[in-house]
Each structure stands twice: as C-alpha cells, then as structure tokens.
Design a protein around this ligand. Structure first.
Ligand code: FEO
Length: 164
C-alpha cells in the first residue's frame, strides 16, 4: 500500500508530466506556424513521451491500491520570440523535472518506499537522456544562429525522429 504522502507527491508529478505534454504540444504548434515541420514533429513526439511518463505514475499509484487524483493542467505559453528561446525553455523545463524526480527519490528513500525507488530509477535514467537531447538541441540552434540553410537541414534531421 502506498503512503498518503507518496500518493500526493506522485499525483503532483502526474500533473507536471501532463503539463510538460501541454507545453511541448504548444511548442509543436508554434514551430508548425513558423514553417519548421521537423521541429514541430520532434516536439509532438516529446509531448507523447510526456503523456507516457504521466501514465507510468498513474499506473504505479493504481497498482499499489492508491487513489489517482487528477488536477487542472495550467495553460502553457503559446508564443516565443525565437527558435532558440523555445529550445532553451525545453532544457530549463527538463532541469525542473529532473529536480522534481530527484526530490521524489529523496522522499522514497526517507519513507523506505522500495517500490517507488525502483520505479523512480527509470525516471532518473530518463532525465539524463532528456537533458542530453535538450542540451544538444540548444547547442545546434545557437551555433546555427540565422543560418537559414543550416536550420532547414536541422529541421529535416529532427523530422526523422522515431518513437523510442
Ligand atoms: Fe517527463 Fe521530459 O520529462
């Protein structure tokens, strides 16, 4: 049986993951409007991954006889000044999620909640990957600057992203 405090924290994490999906969908729409379909696809797939993350927490609470409590999802930003601003925000957001996962792990350690520790280890690995991908994107977009040809090539590369 899951503790009330861990149930509350994991429910909050479901909300953060669903908000992440909303944010990345909003970014996907923005890139689509800015004629970068590859970036739009990358963000769309990122949003789908975030939904899957939320469902892992959902399943964990339910499997342990807990109560899933869904809260309202905040509306994400809808406009950005530049491609670089968007990808920098992705990295910043992933760093925020990493901090949140780390704090859940701290809680699982202090509560001696072994099943949550095992489940969260997957997320600890995943956040390494998430931050690595976002950092790479920030690097590529910042070195390209206003180089339109390079941007189109990067867009084509991002369009090749497949589901994990
Ligand atoms: Fe669910 Fe991108 O972390």
């Amino acid at each position: 049986m899951i503790s009330t405090s861990m149930q509350k924290s994991l429910n909050e994490q479901i909300n953060k993951e669903l908000y992440s999906a909303y944010l990345y969908l909003s970014m996907s729409a923005w890139f689509d409007n800015n004629n970068l379909p590859g970036f739009a696809k990358w963000m769309h797939m990122q949003a789908e991954e975030e939904y899957e993350h939320a469902m892992k927490f959902f399943g964990h609470i339910a499997d342990r006889g807990g109560k899933v409590e869904l809260k309202a999802i905040a509306g994400p930003q809808v406009d950005w000044k530049s491609n670089l601003e968007v990808v920098e925000q992705v990295l910043e957001h992933e760093q925020f999620v990493t901090a949140s996962i780390n704090s859940l792990y701290d809680q699982a350690l202090s509560e001696k909640d072994y099943p949550a520790q095992v489940m969260l280890q997957w997320f600890i690995d995943e956040q390494v990957e998430e931050e690595k991908n976002a950092s790479e994107l920030v690097h590529l977009v910042s070195v390209l600057g206003k180089n339109e040809t390079g941007l189109v090539m990067l867009d084509q590369r991002l369009a090749q992203r497949e589901s994990d």
